[in-house]
Design a protein around this ligand. Sequence first.
Ligand code: ADP
Ligand code: MG
Length: 357
Amino acid sequence: MDFQQIFNAAPDAIAQAPGRVNLLGEHTDYNDGFVLPTAIPQQTIVSLGLSPNAQHHFYSAELEEQIDFDSSDPIPEGFARYIMGCIRMVEQMGHPVPPLNLFITSSVPLGSGLSSSAALEVAVLRGLRSLLHLDLDDVQIAKLGQQAEIQYAGVQCGIMDQMASSLAEPGYLLFLDTRSLTRQVLPLPENSEILVIDSGIPRTLATSGYNQRRAECEKASAILGIKALRDVADLSDLNQLPEPLHQRAKHVVTENFRVLEASKGVSAERFGALMNASHISLRDDYEVSIAGLDHLVEILQSTPGVWGARLTGAGFGGACVALVAAGKAGAIGQTVLQQYNQPNPIGKILVGCVNTA
Ligand code: ADP
Ligand code: MG
């Protein structure tokens, strides 16, 4: 299926954007902290053109679903919210957007924690930039995508996903300060590449768990009298916090330290150890892991050639990421899945990324 087949015309603009995987710095972005994501090779491609009538027509090849609605009507539920969010953001900047025909196709897995939502937003915004000749840079696109997701899809996300989709490259780490948006492109550690495995466990509790953790972090910051947990200089400053706020804040603070250490350029072995420590912190202090993710991480960590592994994304299901010896991601992935998929074949390899550095 393509734009031509659905809309019986050629598109006027085509744009794409990648998904992302976060190597270190989980649940730090809404605490003004540090993150270390990379773009994955999978992309979302958006083709668009002017609608011949007063309606928007959005088609998703992955969902095999078309949404048609009058541009002045309320926005329908579902994936149209992400697209209309982007359109409304552009309109709020003073650029009217005409009714559109829009076709989406994507190799980014949906809802696995690889940020298909940010890939969709960034691709749509790049498409609008090209179609309407807008003067938007990559950081502006990331910010508009984030606001679209918050205000129209109702997800209180931080800025990491959209920044990674808009600015990161596969094979390189994007070291990002989510407060200042200062960033640096870094090579992967020597002799390493990235393996991402979907646990096959749906992220059922992810939204409620995520919102609860956010609220706990805000409460902890308020008690400490700081703007965000990023501003904690020393772990002992957290001693005045009651549980569970203390352990939540401890995760955020130690996770920031781990990202800062990794960003200085460490060996694959040390980077892997930081990922393992991140998983323990997410499991025990932040309490966003579940038995199935712990199991997959343990198999990864005990497989030869794996430098380190942890859950990635918000938790409660979804994917795990591992740093593995260069050239080994495919073989290691197969070995790990053989073990993990007993007795139920629910896990699958999402990314086996080549170190291009
Ligand atoms: P993630 O970003 O981790 O993949 P989310 O739940 O944040 O998971 O976003 C997934 C949602 O984004 C989908 O349910 C859908 O509404 C929208 N989306 C992403 N990619 C596509 C696509 N290719 N086609 C239609 N909708 C998409
Ligand atoms: Mg998302």
